[in-house]
Ligand binder design. Structure first.
Ligand SMILES: NC(=O)c1ccc[n+]([C@@H]2O[C@H](COP(=O)([O-])OP(=O)(O)OC[C@H]3O[C@@H](n4cnc5c(N)ncnc54)[C@H](OP(=O)(O)O)[C@@H]3O)[C@@H](O)[C@H]2O)c1
Length: 312
């Protein structure tokens, strides 16, 4: 698995990160698979050279990650976790307690990247004033190595919060929503991150719209109805079929992960799955070469006006 420097953190991370949330939560959502099987999924990724794992207190997967890394050298894995920011107490005591609980569930002394999770634009200023100093104090104590922030993409589709966060020289890492359907982050977030050397983690590279064919059709129809997509540019009988024609990509998820991986400014593309066969495919996808430039240009052109969907 190729590695890359995660911006100003200088951490060497795999270009694919294991996502512990999303629709799968390592297969734990709706108890689709057992805890032992979820642990095995994480270990399968580690064995393939993935050294980046993302989780959060909100996902209920920190214990799975803790158990999966138990017999590995702690410094061989980069762990990212998050403090929930919605419907919750954000006092100093509550933030410290959240972090201590995450450390206990992960069975570790430190978290490499600790984020404020899903920050809505109107909450950014108060958290900057009141919560960031608490995180910095925890960083001084060695419990956090780097500080990150993740956006609430389903409600903040044009990345207002992250654009505001770019003005403060305190964030080491951003987690940003980006995929071939909604490419708005490329100019507004990823390009400035290159200039400011901020590490980037991509969520939603595939999500539901690019993994479930019926969901893709519904999403494309919505975009045609809203005027963000020209109907002549999409064959609704075989949406995005050109991606798999002539062996360009193995599948739509394959094309979608590669689209993300090779976008300038992207460091880690997160892949969330609870299915060992999907994981194996995704590991292969993230090691394949870029899509041909004319395919990328075609995708950029088709989806150039899209603002209203995330692929959720
Ligand atoms: N605001 C935030 O901080 C935030 C929000 C969202 C996500 N995240 C993080 O980002 C990570 C990745 O996000 P994501 O959930 O959007 O991940 P994703 O990798 O873009 O999509 C995951 C979905 O695609 C399916 N899938 C994966 N590989 C597949 C394949 N080869 N073929 C068919 N279906 C496939 C998965 O189902 P199967 O289980 O069936 O494979 C799952 O439903 C999350 O796990 C989480 O760690 C953070």
């Amino acid at each position: 698995m190729d590695t890359i420097t995660l911006g100003r953190t200088n951490l060497q991370v795999s270009v694919m990160g294991m996502g512990g949330g999303g629709p799968s939560r390592l297969g734990s959502r709706d108890n689709r698979i057992s805890e032992a099987e979820s642990i095995a999924i994480v270990q399968q990724a580690l064995d393939a050279g993935v050294n980046f794992i993302d989780t959060a207190e909100a996902y209920g997967t920190e214990e799975i990650v803790g158990k999966a890394i138990k017999d590995r050298l702690r410094e061989s894995v980069v762990i990212s976790s998050k403090k929930t920011t919605w419907d919750t107490d954000m006092s100093r005591e509550a933030v410290i307690s959240s972090l201590e609980n995450s450390l206990r569930r992960l069975d570790t002394d430190y978290i490499d990247i600790y984020h404020l999770h899903g920050v809505e634009p109107d909450k950014y200023e108060p958290y900057l004033q009141d919560v960031v100093p608490v995180l910095q104090a925890m960083q001084q104590q060695g419990k956090i190595r780097f500080i990150g922030v993740t956006e609430a993409w389903n409600s903040d589709k044009e990345h207002i919060m992250l654009q505001r966060a770019l003005q403060d020289d305190i964030w080491d890492v951003f987690m940003v929503g980006y995929n071939l359907l909604n490419q708005t982050a490329r100019k507004t977030v990823l390009q400035p991150c290159i200039e400011q050397n901020i590490g980037t983690l991509i969520m939603f590279a595939v999500r539901r719209a690019l993994s479930l064919p019926d969901h893709l059709k519904d999403t494309l129809q919505k975009l045609i109805d809203s005027g963000e997509l020209d109907a002549v540019e999409i064959d609704m009988n075989d949406p995005l079929g050109f991606l798999t024609a002539d062996g360009i990509a193995e599948s739509i998820p394959d094309a979608a992960y590669r689209f993300s991986r090779y976008t300038p400014g992207v460091h880690v593309t997160l892949s969330g799955t609870g299915n060992p066969a999907h994981l194996q495919q995704n590991i292969a996808s993230l090691q394949r070469p870029p899509l041909p430039s004319e395919t990328v240009e075609r995708l950029n052109h088709i989806f150039r006006k899209v603002r209203s969907v995330t692929g959720q």
